[in-house]
Design a protein around this ligand. Sequence first.
Ligand SMILES: Cc1cc2nc3c(=O)[nH]c(=O)nc-3n(C[C@H](O)[C@H](O)[C@H](O)COP(=O)(O)OP(=O)(O)OC[C@H]3O[C@@H](n4cnc5c(N)ncnc54)[C@H](O)[C@@H]3O)c2cc1C
Ligand SMILES: NC(=O)c1ccc[n+]([C@@H]2O[C@H](COP(=O)([O-])OP(=O)(O)OC[C@H]3O[C@@H](n4cnc5c(N)ncnc54)[C@H](OP(=O)(O)O)[C@@H]3O)[C@@H](O)[C@H]2O)c1
Length: 287
Amino acid sequence: MNEVTPVTEAPKPDAQKTDAPKIKPVPTLPDAQTVTEVKHYTDRLFSFRCTRPATMRFRSGEFVMIGLMGDNGKPLLRAYSIASPSWDEELEFYSIKVQDGPLTSKLQHIQPGDEIILRPKPVGTLVHDALLPGKRLWFFATGTGFAPFASLLREPQTYEDYDEVIITHTCREVGELTYGRELIESLKTDELLHELMGPDFHKKIRYYPTTTREESPKMGRITDLMRSGECFADLGVPVLNKDTDRAMVCGNLAFNLEIKEMLEGYGLEEGANSDPKHYVVEKAFLD
Ligand SMILES: Cc1cc2nc3c(=O)[nH]c(=O)nc-3n(C[C@H](O)[C@H](O)[C@H](O)COP(=O)(O)OP(=O)(O)OC[C@H]3O[C@@H](n4cnc5c(N)ncnc54)[C@H](O)[C@@H]3O)c2cc1C
Ligand SMILES: NC(=O)c1ccc[n+]([C@@H]2O[C@H](COP(=O)([O-])OP(=O)(O)OC[C@H]3O[C@@H](n4cnc5c(N)ncnc54)[C@H](OP(=O)(O)O)[C@@H]3O)[C@@H](O)[C@H]2O)c1
């Protein structure tokens, strides 16, 4: 007599040999996403891509909490700007490697196929919604503060809303500019972006990289270069003013405070999601 298997019973090993639909493996981490690509730039910087939760929506420029399972069995999470644009089917992150950092001492060793934890609750102030309409959009970044702008530079709205997009990036060393430089260069040949925005959108971008501790074509902190007027002369644009200019800032705390004061001095006011104005600021890391 043939036995009838109750539907609630676990399938026998032989069942795997049939044409039955494959059962998805249970993720080994809560909110697990799979790493698809990793690129190292310096001994302190790398980027990686991972799968995107099917239901996760975000605005270009926002950040999420990501991490790994800690040795104590609890998730070890940190805030990370999403470096990919809202339309991308994967997610990209640009990361520091802090050798004794609880998370990045481990995260720097991830490989394609590994899993990371990603809490799909994006938030943040570096979003178009927090700015009033303007003509020229400035992105001011130091170090990994470039990450949210990697997202916004690939966001069609950035070019729809502004005639000109100026991205300044200040790092200590030349190698720390590579991720941003390559990303901006790649926009010229990105087929999908060209399809979405037409062939000339990248001509609106003005890239202004500077270094402070290694020789490069433009040396100095962006704040000093603005104060002296050198930055505006190099770019051939007037000093920022609230009628035409909008700004997004992402860097270390001292940089954020300094540039915030300068922007206020130019007459710009800080905006928020609920109260759009002329500029917005976010920390690239906590101290
Ligand atoms: C809103 C927000 C967004 C962030 N987005 C990013 C991002 O896109 N990419 C990223 O690499 N980090 C980002 N960070 C920082 C991130 O949350 C972690 O601090 C970083 O991953 C290091 O984690 P950790 O556990 O290894 O060391 P932590 O204990 O978190 O940090 C140890 C020390 O390392 C230094 N440090 C931390 N992060 C950085 C950094 N990014 N650049 C330079 N020095 C740093 C600080 O001095 C800090 O005290 C963000 C932080 C905030 C608040
Ligand atoms: N980058 C490295 O090679 C390196 C190596 C080992 C350890 N670390 C440590 O890692 C941490 C973060 O280093 P980081 O280089 O990633 O980030 P960072 O210290 O925030 O510096 C990034 C860039 O921002 C500039 N900057 C800092 N404060 C500024 C301000 N108020 N106004 C304008 N520009 C400002 C820096 O110029 P200045 O150079 O003039 O400060 C540098 O060019 C630090 O604690 C550092 O000691 C860094």
